[in-house]
Design a protein around this ligand. Structure first.
Ligand code: BGC
Length: 752
């Protein structure tokens, strides 16, 4: 317990459990407890000196606008993301921010989620590894992180009320592991609970989430802060494990907590624990204060490097890219986004950049070729036919066209979801007309959530996805176009051929306050693989300016009775340019008692290689790489597992099958377990047959070879009720069940 807890009055303690203002906690001057500043986040520091808001309406102090998470997710590069975390930490420290609200590690369940730009991707391992790196980076500067939004906040529609109805296995395997990894690896200062309900209970007052899982299972030592305005019942929230309700909303929260304690409706010990959690974290942040001076020029350069490392080259027919910067005919730069970049998302993460690079100026600065420009469309949705005609005219007299397309703030934002995956109609019309005038078109995209590329991919020779790439994304795009940098990103989410192919489609976005996660663990590529769907661009995919070959896969299992393996593989750059690729390792459980995805990403490493260079990389797989969640714990079943290695989820040229001889996990059956489940237990059936033998032959016949299949799905208690009717005398069923239970419990959950 923090030493100040015993010195504070109940009123002071209750006060510390909610904000003093929009971005600040309360101080207690007489004990020297300072007020601390928490602010957005996640891709830049949104520090507001004057009017405060969480919708991105009022201005904030200038800060580096780094690439958003949809970009950094595609970098697959934890070292780079950690570097970004350090830069964010330094900028936060310098401006007086103690806790930066991020990273966002929710899964991209549907590509329609308006806030997908703030999340890393559709795979929990990738999001967890990158989220951990982000937190390590920022916390190394004495600034706390706030990992959000915990949990199952995967849509904006009705986000403040909707109940995400998700089974526990799906939560444990898909929606929670990123949070779990970050907590276990980095002890983030805070976790931010989400607005929505999870299985009927608001996250802000969900004891299972905030206490049992977060602290009980994962050992979280920081504090839980509410999303801004997420607390519905402050007393229930504190009782469930919420520590700090934000923002400050006057005295109503402290008063209701004091009143609940006085009337015996809230245990004061819960208040003490929450105060102690908060003050302990704040002490740590105040003690841990390395000297930092942010270098905004260096951070701009870092933002550019991250943007190039995160950009995904989707197509490049005839190697049209990279372009020659020094010589060649006219280049037509078309699209309003080339002049007016869209580089960050709308909503609470919106910040004021220190600088802003636009692609048009960067292209002009980098190339000696003649560069023409036409806007092609406007952002206001007006009739763009004149702009389109000008663009077509420019395209027809140019050698090559670079066409900047994307989504605007009106099409994707925090607060609402997208309606479809298409680019706006005015842009699609523009593509068709420009291509007809000049087929040498390179499309450059700026968008947070993915767009389907009907009428674009396969029609134009090259498509480069820049995401919302931060304040330097314009110059980053120019570097890639001219080959001064490499498109280093790989997709962190599948681009489907059609919205209706998405696994969440029929359950999206729910109705009557409920959204059902009916697809279970089959999110993203797990679903497209299970249903043999063609996709536009698969998870993990992205082209390079060079080529890579994979060889010599060796999977070593030191001890088959332990679920661990070491994967070694050699990758060679067989092209003429330097470049990087992401070695991806997928694991599949060949035979399982539950339905499992054919393959799941369990390890990856980004490798940079000079032309002709070869490297052997090693990736360790621990027991979680083979496990699934069943009835309260992680289990690994013995048998065969596939290990597939390659450059994306649909290009896995190397494959090995390993056999694990781990002990068969045993479920101890109970009175509700079925006869089949009793039969699965090593001593369960023997004990059951023994009991039935006393009831006579008719009862015994119920579990004979031929009948077992028919009664297999009966719960034990039901089956015994029927069997007891054949008994020669009245039997005490409860007593019999108790004796059966004690027999199987002695065998224990783990067999010899
Ligand atoms: C968002 C959070 C953000 C908070 C403070 C909320 O509306 O969901 O992500 O950190 O506002 O701006």
């Amino acid at each position: 317990m923090h030493p100040h807890v015993s010195q504070l009055t109940l009123e002071e303690k209750a006060g510390l459990l909610s904000g003093g203002s929009f971005w600040k906690t309360r101080a207690v001057d007489r004990l020297g407890i300072p007020s601390m500043v928490l602010t957005d986040g996640p891709h830049g520091v949104r520090y507001q000196r004057e009017d405060s808001d969480h919708l991105g309406l009022f201005d904030s102090e200038p800060a580096t606008s780094f690439p958003t998470a949809s970009a950094t997710g595609s970098s697959w590069d934890p070292e780079l993301v950690e570097e970004m975390g350090r830069a964010l930490g330094a900028e936060s420290r310098a401006i007086g921010v103690n806790i930066l609200l991020g990273p966002g590690v929710n899964m991209k369940r549907s590509p329609l989620c308006g806030r997908n730009f703030e999340y890393f991707g559709e795979d929990p391992l990738l999001a967890g590894v990158l989220g951990s790196a982000w937190v390590r980076g920022i916390q190394s500067q004495g600034v706390g992180a706030s990992v959000k939004h915990y949990a199952a906040n995967n849509q904006e529609t009705d986000r403040m009320r909707v109940s995400a109805e998700v089974d526990e296995r799906t939560l444990r395997e898909i929606y929670l592991p990123a949070f779990e990894r970050i907590v276990c690896e980095t002890q983030p200062a805070t976790i931010m609970c989400s607005y929505n309900k999870v299985n009927g209970v608001y996250a802000s007052q969900n004891r299972w989430l905030l206490s049992d899982t977060l602290r009980g299972d994962w050992g979280f030592e920081g504090y839980v802060v509410s999303d801004w305005g997420a607390v519905v019942d402050p007393v229930a929230a504190v009782a469930a494990g919420l520590d700090l309700a934000m923002p400050g909303a006057g005295e109503s929260v402290p008063e209701s907590i004091v009143e609940a304690v006085r009337s015996g409706n809230l245990d004061e010990a819960s208040v003490d624990t929450a105060v102690s959690n908060i003050l302990t974290v704040h002490d740590r942040l105040l003690a841990d204060r390395p000297a930092v001076t942010p270098d905004h020029a260096a951070n701009h350069a870092l933002a550019r490097r991250i943007a190039t490392e995160s950009s995904v080259l989707l197509t490049n027919e005839g190697s049209i890219l990279p372009l020659e910067a020094g010589q060649g005919g006219n280049i037509a730069v078309i699209g309003e986004f080339a002049r007016t970049p869209r580089y960050q998302g709308a909503g609470s993460s919106h910040i004021k950049p220190t600088r802003l690079d636009d692609a048009l100026s960067a292209i002009r600065a980098m190339s000696d070729r003649e560069i023409g420009f036409a806007a092609g469309f406007s952002f206001d949705g007006a009739d763009d036919s004149t702009l389109r005609a000008e663009a077509v005219e420019l395209a027809s007299r140019s050698e090559v066209v670079v066409l900047f397309l994307g989504l605007s703030d009106a099409e994707e934002s925090e607060g609402f979801d997208r309606k479809n995956l298409l680019l706006p109609e005015t842009q699609r019309l523009l593509v068709a007309d420009v291509v007809a005038a000049n087929p040498n078109v390179i499309v450059v995209l700026s968008n947070g959530g993915v767009v389907t590329l009907d009428g674009i991919a396969g029609v134009v020779p090259a498509v480069l996805e820049m995401w919302l790439g931060g304040q330097a994304s314009g110059s980053a795009a120019a570097e890639i176009l001219f080959g001064a940098a490499e498109p280093g990103g790989r997709l962190a989410e599948t681009i489907p051929l059609a919205l209706s192919h998405n696994p969440a489609h029929v359950n999206w976005p729910g109705s009557d306050g409920i959204v059902r996660y009916g697809e279970g663990v089959y999110i993203g590529y797990r679903w497209y693989d299970a249903t043999d769907r063609e996709v536009a661009f698969p998870f993990g995919y992205g082209l390079s300016y060079t080529r890579f070959e994979y060889s010599d896969l060796a999977v070593r299992v030191a001890d088959r009775t332990v679920a661990q393996a070491t994967v070694q593989v050699t990758i060679e750059n067989t092209g003429a340019r330097a470049g990087s690729d992401v070695v991806q390792v997928y694991v599949g459980d060949v035979e399982s008692t539950v339905d499992r995805p054919a393959r799941e990403l369990k390890g990856f490493v980004k490798v940079h290689l000079e032309p002709g260079e070869r490297r052997t990389v090693t990736i360790d797989l621990d027991d979680r790489a083979f496990a699934f969640w069943r009835q309260g714990s992680w289990v690994v079943e013995p048998g065969a597992f596939t290990i597939e290695v390659g450059s994306h989820s649909r290009s896995l040229p190397l494959r090995e099958v390993i056999e694990l001889e781990v002990p068969t996990p045993v479920i101890v059956p109970d009175r509700d377990s079925t006869v089949a489940e009793w039969a699965d237990h090593p001593s369960g059936m023997k004990a059951l047959r023994e009991v039935l033998s006393h009831f006579g032959p008719a009862a015994e016949a119920m579990v004979g070879e031929e009948t077992l299949q028919m009664v297999g799905s009966m719960p034990l208690r039901t089956m015994l009720t029927f069997a007891a009717q054949a008994a020669p005398e009245t039997v005490d069923l409860d007593e019999i069940i108790e004796s059966l239970l004690s027999e199987v419990q002695q065998a224990g959950p783990v067999p010899a």
